[in-house]
Design a protein. Sequence first.
Length: 192
Amino acid sequence: MVRSPDTLDRLLALAAFAGLAVAAGCSLLSPPERGNGPAAPAAPATSPSTSAVVLPPPVPPATPLAPAEPLAPSGSAPSARHSSELSPAARALLTQAQTQQSEGDALGAASTLERAVRIEPGNPTLWTELARLRLATGEAPQAESLARKAVALSSGNPRAQSEAWRVVAESLKAQRRNAEAREAEAHADAEG
Protein backbone atom coordinates (compact mmCIF):
# COMPACT_ATOMS: atom_id res chain seq x y z
CA MET A 1 0.00 0.00 0.00
CA VAL A 2 1.41 3.36 -1.03
CA ARG A 3 1.04 6.28 1.32
CA SER A 4 1.39 9.92 0.44
CA PRO A 5 4.02 12.02 2.20
CA ASP A 6 1.25 14.01 3.95
CA THR A 7 -0.20 10.83 5.45
CA LEU A 8 3.21 9.68 6.67
CA ASP A 9 3.89 13.09 8.22
CA ARG A 10 0.55 12.96 10.03
CA LEU A 11 1.20 9.45 11.31
CA LEU A 12 4.67 10.42 12.54
CA ALA A 13 3.29 13.53 14.28
CA LEU A 14 0.56 11.44 15.93
CA ALA A 15 3.10 8.83 17.05
CA ALA A 16 5.36 11.56 18.43
CA PHE A 17 2.45 13.11 20.32
CA ALA A 18 1.43 9.74 21.77
CA GLY A 19 5.05 9.07 22.76
CA LEU A 20 5.25 12.41 24.56
CA ALA A 21 1.97 11.75 26.32
CA VAL A 22 3.14 8.32 27.49
CA ALA A 23 6.47 9.72 28.59
CA ALA A 24 4.65 12.36 30.63
CA GLY A 25 2.61 9.64 32.34
CA CYS A 26 -0.61 10.60 30.63
CA SER A 27 -3.11 8.04 29.34
CA LEU A 28 -5.02 8.91 26.20
CA LEU A 29 -7.45 6.00 26.46
CA SER A 30 -8.61 6.02 30.07
CA PRO A 31 -10.39 8.78 31.98
CA PRO A 32 -8.49 10.58 34.71
CA GLU A 33 -8.67 9.04 38.16
CA ARG A 34 -10.65 10.90 40.78
CA GLY A 35 -9.48 10.98 44.37
CA ASN A 36 -11.16 12.15 47.53
CA GLY A 37 -9.01 15.23 47.99
CA PRO A 38 -8.27 18.15 45.69
CA ALA A 39 -6.30 17.37 42.59
CA ALA A 40 -2.59 18.06 42.76
CA PRO A 41 -1.54 20.81 40.37
CA ALA A 42 0.10 19.45 37.26
CA ALA A 43 3.58 20.60 36.36
CA PRO A 44 3.55 23.06 33.48
CA ALA A 45 4.32 21.48 30.15
CA THR A 46 6.39 23.11 27.46
CA SER A 47 5.28 23.14 23.89
CA PRO A 48 7.72 21.22 21.63
CA SER A 49 7.69 23.91 18.94
CA THR A 50 8.26 26.89 21.25
CA SER A 51 9.59 27.51 24.70
CA ALA A 52 6.23 28.86 25.92
CA VAL A 53 4.72 27.29 29.01
CA VAL A 54 1.26 25.74 28.55
CA LEU A 55 -0.75 25.67 31.80
CA PRO A 56 -3.44 23.09 32.41
CA PRO A 57 -7.02 24.35 32.83
CA PRO A 58 -7.95 25.28 36.41
CA VAL A 59 -9.54 22.54 38.48
CA PRO A 60 -12.76 23.59 40.25
CA PRO A 61 -12.80 22.99 44.00
CA ALA A 62 -14.43 19.76 45.08
CA THR A 63 -17.93 20.04 46.54
CA PRO A 64 -18.36 17.84 49.59
CA LEU A 65 -21.32 15.48 49.39
CA ALA A 66 -23.81 15.23 52.21
CA PRO A 67 -23.51 11.94 54.06
CA ALA A 68 -26.10 9.42 52.94
CA GLU A 69 -28.72 8.32 55.41
CA PRO A 70 -28.41 4.66 56.30
CA LEU A 71 -31.09 2.47 54.80
CA ALA A 72 -33.33 0.53 57.13
CA PRO A 73 -32.93 -3.21 56.63
CA SER A 74 -35.84 -4.87 54.89
CA GLY A 75 -38.27 -6.44 57.27
CA SER A 76 -37.32 -3.99 60.01
CA ALA A 77 -39.83 -2.91 62.61
CA PRO A 78 -42.18 -0.07 61.67
CA SER A 79 -41.37 3.42 62.81
CA ALA A 80 -42.45 4.66 66.21
CA ARG A 81 -44.99 6.94 64.52
CA HIS A 82 -48.52 5.52 64.44
CA SER A 83 -49.57 4.24 61.03
CA SER A 84 -52.32 6.85 60.60
CA GLU A 85 -50.05 9.81 61.36
CA LEU A 86 -48.77 11.54 58.26
CA SER A 87 -45.23 12.44 57.30
CA PRO A 88 -44.66 16.12 56.43
CA ALA A 89 -44.65 15.29 52.70
CA ALA A 90 -47.89 13.32 52.86
CA ARG A 91 -49.50 15.98 55.08
CA ALA A 92 -48.59 18.68 52.53
CA LEU A 93 -50.05 16.62 49.70
CA LEU A 94 -53.25 15.96 51.66
CA THR A 95 -53.64 19.69 52.33
CA GLN A 96 -53.01 20.44 48.66
CA ALA A 97 -55.61 17.85 47.61
CA GLN A 98 -58.18 19.32 49.99
CA THR A 99 -57.54 22.77 48.50
CA GLN A 100 -57.85 21.40 44.97
CA GLN A 101 -61.11 19.68 45.83
CA SER A 102 -62.54 22.84 47.42
CA GLU A 103 -61.64 24.72 44.22
CA GLY A 104 -63.52 22.14 42.13
CA ASP A 105 -60.44 20.35 40.76
CA ALA A 106 -61.42 16.77 41.63
CA LEU A 107 -59.06 15.29 39.03
CA GLY A 108 -56.10 17.24 40.39
CA ALA A 109 -57.07 16.36 43.96
CA ALA A 110 -57.23 12.65 43.08
CA SER A 111 -53.82 12.82 41.41
CA THR A 112 -52.34 14.57 44.45
CA LEU A 113 -53.83 12.03 46.86
CA GLU A 114 -52.51 9.18 44.73
CA ARG A 115 -49.02 10.69 45.04
CA ALA A 116 -49.46 10.80 48.82
CA VAL A 117 -50.52 7.14 48.81
CA ARG A 118 -47.37 6.26 46.84
CA ILE A 119 -45.31 7.99 49.52
CA GLU A 120 -47.11 6.25 52.41
CA PRO A 121 -48.93 3.20 51.01
CA GLY A 122 -49.58 1.79 54.48
CA ASN A 123 -51.37 4.86 55.83
CA PRO A 124 -55.13 4.26 56.22
CA THR A 125 -55.93 7.98 56.48
CA LEU A 126 -54.75 8.58 52.90
CA TRP A 127 -56.75 5.63 51.57
CA THR A 128 -59.86 6.88 53.41
CA GLU A 129 -59.46 10.39 52.00
CA LEU A 130 -58.99 9.01 48.48
CA ALA A 131 -62.12 6.88 48.97
CA ARG A 132 -64.09 9.97 50.09
CA LEU A 133 -62.94 11.82 47.00
CA ARG A 134 -63.97 8.95 44.72
CA LEU A 135 -67.36 8.81 46.44
CA ALA A 136 -67.79 12.57 45.94
CA THR A 137 -67.08 12.17 42.22
CA GLY A 138 -69.69 9.41 41.85
CA GLU A 139 -67.32 6.46 41.78
CA ALA A 140 -69.00 4.46 44.56
CA PRO A 141 -67.60 0.98 43.71
CA GLN A 142 -64.05 2.33 43.61
CA ALA A 143 -64.69 4.30 46.81
CA GLU A 144 -65.85 1.10 48.51
CA SER A 145 -62.73 -0.76 47.42
CA LEU A 146 -60.41 2.03 48.63
CA ALA A 147 -62.24 2.33 51.95
CA ARG A 148 -62.02 -1.44 52.52
CA LYS A 149 -58.27 -1.16 51.92
CA ALA A 150 -58.19 1.55 54.62
CA VAL A 151 -60.12 -0.76 56.98
CA ALA A 152 -57.54 -3.50 56.45
CA LEU A 153 -54.65 -1.10 57.06
CA SER A 154 -56.15 0.45 60.18
CA SER A 155 -56.25 -2.60 62.42
CA GLY A 156 -55.19 -1.54 65.89
CA ASN A 157 -56.35 2.05 65.31
CA PRO A 158 -60.06 2.22 66.22
CA ARG A 159 -60.51 5.84 65.13
CA ALA A 160 -59.05 5.28 61.65
CA GLN A 161 -60.96 2.02 61.30
CA SER A 162 -64.24 3.69 62.26
CA GLU A 163 -63.67 6.45 59.68
CA ALA A 164 -62.91 3.88 56.97
CA TRP A 165 -66.02 1.82 57.84
CA ARG A 166 -68.16 4.99 57.57
CA VAL A 167 -66.89 5.58 54.03
CA VAL A 168 -67.57 1.91 53.20
CA ALA A 169 -71.14 2.40 54.46
CA GLU A 170 -71.62 5.60 52.44
CA SER A 171 -70.31 3.95 49.28
CA LEU A 172 -72.60 0.96 49.80
CA LYS A 173 -75.60 3.28 50.22
CA ALA A 174 -74.65 5.02 46.98
CA GLN A 175 -74.77 1.61 45.31
CA ARG A 176 -78.20 0.90 46.91
CA ARG A 177 -76.75 -1.95 48.96
CA ASN A 178 -78.51 -0.84 52.12
CA ALA A 179 -78.32 -4.07 54.15
CA GLU A 180 -74.53 -4.17 53.69
CA ALA A 181 -74.37 -0.44 54.48
CA ARG A 182 -76.08 -1.05 57.83
CA GLU A 183 -73.50 -3.75 58.65
CA ALA A 184 -70.66 -1.36 57.77
CA GLU A 185 -72.24 1.33 59.99
CA ALA A 186 -72.42 -1.19 62.83
CA HIS A 187 -68.68 -1.85 62.39
CA ALA A 188 -68.04 1.91 62.42
CA ASP A 189 -70.05 2.37 65.61
CA ALA A 190 -68.31 -0.57 67.28
CA GLU A 191 -64.87 0.86 66.49
CA GLY A 192 -65.66 4.51 67.21
